[in-house]
Design a protein. Structure first.
Ligand code: HEM
Length: 533
């Protein structure tokens, strides 16, 4: 018994010594990365994470570091429990991580737990050859020819969105509307039709909680839910937490998966007995495409392309990645329009000219609008909704003279590149659509503009979201004049809202940003005041 006791004590002491070495001694005294530029004022257990969470902006601390060490390819910091991380800082380092060494990096387990809980595994977490193969298999519904066919889906949804503005206006001459929820519903509706092949509203008569609401419950969890979600990414505790916030998340997640399983089963039956009614005109929605392609492959080779769980994983990727990003970009677009009336007037003139010549413009006519194109890109540059994507070195590497040991966490932060004055010039923070007419030097590099990142893992929904957002903006700008936003006032915690109308073109002024948050978005939504054109 005594030997057992000593063995236990020895085991505990060894564990504590090992953890002290791992969390404190190794990163501070032995790590080969310790001499790289980066902050040194780490919290013992939480590293820089507490500072990041306390900042006014979810990218504020990282931007400070980037300004302090502008020439460093990587900035080194400590995350939770002494974990070392490298923030990719230079254009060349971005290119190496996203293109030349793309498959030398994998998505780290904590990131897979953090994002995968909501967005599913699917393409987003496929690696190497498997990723390359899946990208090829899933490319069809997102190709430019497919986009040409589905533009009317976006135009119809844009009209429904405009009707929501109409209802908010009633018989008055001016009204205000909180736009994040209505935009989120609209972009989710387009995803319903183009990815799942159904009108999502039809589900509300079958299920007690709708598709959009389930996503809303997972994405907007409140402070306690968010805390559990973040801790769970590093330490899988979800199954053991008996709190209401956690129970709600688990319920929403399993209801969503059950709903998708039902939709897949019904579609399989409808396709086999020929009763499926296509919602996307000549084009195929992603689910129908996957089921028909899989059936064709099965008949040719006898092999299974995807299991039902694989299909659920992919659908979760496309539904989650495809709606919140576009709706948040549109939210920022309305913010800019409402606070920058010169930009708004110029866009309206361009759109009026187009609609006079072509009342229902097609993909090519919309894509060719120069100022709208500049505007959307500038919104994505200054207010990129994705903030961060994480990688982990799958082997020892040397990039830009920096030795990166296998297992090192790498952070790609879109705003670091978009706000880099060395790349975009001293006015990098200013919203200026005109800059896109004369890009020179580093700003002309594809790696300078990364809302969709670049390389083999670039967002497959890029063309989809660009044409969708443009179709929505055309419909809104032609009908509505955006007068201002109702400014969040910290002193009254948002209870009193003053109208912000112009001259506020610097990043995020007048808007309180959500932090912690996986996306760059206004906290508590955005209230836009508008009138008829
Ligand atoms: C403004 C809109 C959008 C933005 C800014 C955006 C941004 C991104 C980014 C940054 C990634 C890379 C994530 C990573 O590697 O960690 C990504 C991946 C992805 N996006 Fe998007 N996205 C948008 C819209 C869409 C749409 C509309 C869809 C589909 C309908 C979509 C589907 C996906 C998928 C499936 C991936 C995973 C790709 C892979 O790993 O190969 N996205 N997106």
């Amino acid at each position: 018994f005594r030997i057992l006791k000593w063995a236990q004590i020895f085991f505990c002491l060894q564990y504590v010594a090992h953890e002290i070495y791992r969390i404190i001694i190794f990163p501070n005294f032995f790590s080969p990365l310790r001499h790289l530029p980066g902050p040194k004022d780490h919290n013992l257990l939480l590293g820089q994470e507490l500072k990041k969470f306390r900042a006014e902006s979810p990218v504020g601390v990282q931007l400070e570091w980037s300004r302090k060490w502008p020439d460093a390819p990587f900035i080194r910091y400590l995350s939770i429990a002494g974990k070392e991380a490298l923030l990719v800082n230079s254009l060349a380092a971005h290119k190496a991580v996203l293109q030349s060494h793309v498959y030398d990096f994998v998505k780290p387990p904590f990131f897979a737990r953090l994002v995968g809980e909501i967005a599913g595994t699917g393409l987003l977490f496929a690696e190497g050859e498997h990723h390359r193969h899946q990208r090829k298999l899933l490319a069809g519904p997102f190709s430019v020819p497919s986009m040409r066919k589905i533009v009317p889906v976006f135009q119809d949804e844009a009209k429904s969105l405009s009707e929501v503005f109409d209802s908010a206006m009633g018989t008055g001459s001016r009204a205000s509307i909180e736009v994040t929820d209505v935009l989120s519903k609209s972009t989710m509706d387009t995803i319903g039709v183009t990815v799942l092949g159904i009108e999502l509203d039809t589900l509300s008569s079958i299920y007690p909680v709708g598709f959009n609401e389930l996503y809303h419950r997972m994405l907007q969890q409140g402070p306690l839910g968010t805390l559990i979600w973040v801790i769970n990414a590093f330490l899988p505790i979800r199954r053991f937490i008996p709190l209401e916030a956690n129970r709600k998340f688990i319920q929403a997640s399993s209801d969503l998966r059950r709903m998708l399983r039902d939709i897949i089963e019904k579609r399989t039956t409808d396709l086999s007995d020929g009763t499926f009614k296509r919602e996307v005109g000549e084009s195929r929605d992603l689910l129908t495409y996957m089921l028909e392609e899989a059936e064709a492959q099965r008949q040719q080779t006898g092999k299974e392309t995807w299991t039902t769980d694989d299909i659920i994983g992919h659908l979760l990727n496309f539904t989650s990645a495809g709606h919140e990003t576009s709706s948040t970009t549109l939210t920022w677009a309305l913010y800019v329009l409402a606070t920058n009336h010169g930009v708004q007037a110029r866009l309206r003139t361009e759109i009026q000219t187009l609609l006079k010549a072509s009342p229902k413009p097609n993909y090519d006519e919309i894509s060719r609008l120069p100022y709208l194109n500049n505007f959307v890109r500038e919104v994505l540059r200054v207010h990129s909704p994705p903030i961060m994507s994480s990688r982990q070195a799958a082997k020892d590497l040397v990039i830009q003279g920096v030795h990166i040991p296998k297992g090192t966490q790498i952070d790609l932060n879109m705003h670091i590149m978009h706000q880099n004055q060395g790349v975009w010039g001293p006015d990098a923070a200013v919203f200026n659509p005109g800059r896109w007419d004369h890009l020179t030097g580093d700003a002309a590099s594809p790696y300078a503009f990364e809302p969709f990142i670049q390389g083999p893992r670039m967002c497959p929904g890029k063309n989809f979201s660009l044409i969708e957002m443009k179709a929505f903006l055309i419909e809104l700008i032609i009908k509505w004049r955006f007068v201002g936003i109702e400014r969040w006032d910290d002193k009254t915690d948002g209870a009193e809202r003053e109208l912000l109308t112009g001259g506020e073109e610097e990043v995020g002024r007048g808007v309180k940003l959500a932090n912690p948050s996986v996306t760059y978005r206004p906290a508590g939504g955005l209230i836009v005041r508008f009138e008829r054109v």
